[in-house]
Design a protein around this ligand. Structure first.
Ligand code: SF4
Ligand code: SF4
Length: 191
């Protein structure tokens, strides 16, 4: 409760009367060389997943379309300012489950299992955020949308989800990321 009060006071200060605040967290993780162990754990996860799929039909996860219009700009500004706080859940598996791999293989039928493992391995950044997803590099996610899991393609944290699902797209927005003494704000985003 204390945290919420603090955040609402800050949002009143930062956002002017005509703009709507969108509040998101902010990652303070640091960059470090990606260890070979992390890449190995990813490979192991993929090999295990592909083995489980062998000879069996699997549901194919949908490739959801990217947000468009002003909502897309707000989401981009929020996730950039936040620096991928939610990606910590990706660990060394990045939510790459059977339906995701089934989608990747259906879109790239020429890839055998080794090629799928190699494809993902090539996207592991040399330098990434410690304690975050193995694909969380300096400039964000190193996977394009077609290689990401449905979890990654559909997730919005609560502040961004509220905005994306219920807000007036004609109102200017200010993104407020972080809390305490580490607040970062975007410029006023105009529709
Ligand atoms: S969805 Fe929310 S927590 Fe995840 S990167 Fe975007 S702003 Fe950050
Ligand atoms: S695959 Fe990309 S979007 Fe998904 S958790 Fe990892 S870094 Fe984040």
């Amino acid at each position: 409760m204390r945290r919420q009060n603090l955040r609402s006071t800050i949002s009143d200060d930062v956002a002017d009367d005509d703009s709507q605040p969108v509040m998101v967290p902010r990652s303070d993780r640091t960059l470090a060389a990606t260890s070979p162990e992390r890449a190995r754990r990813l490979r192991k996860h993929l090999v295990t997943t592909l083995r489980k799929m062998k000879g069996r039909a699997h549901p194919v996860s949908p490739l959801r379309p990217e947000p468009v219009g002003f909502g897309a700009r707000v989401a981009h500004a929020a996730c950039s300012l936040c620096k991928g706080w939610c990606c910590k859940g990706g660990g060394d598996h990045a939510f790459l489950d059977e339906p995701t791999i089934a989608r990747v293989r259906s879109e790239r039928p020429e890839l055998d299992t080794h090629a799928v493992v190699r494809l993902y391995g090539e996207h592991v950044p040399l330098v990434g955020y410690e304690g975050s997803c193995v694909f969380h590099g300096k400039h964000g996610c190193t996977l394009d949308r077609s290689l990401r899991s449905d979890v990654c393609n559909s997730y919005f944290c609560s502040g961004l989800h509220s905005y994306m699902t219920g807000s007036d797209a004609a109102t200017p927005v200010v993104v407020i990321a972080g809390e305490g003494g580490k607040i970062h704000t975007s410029p006023v985003l105009l529709p």
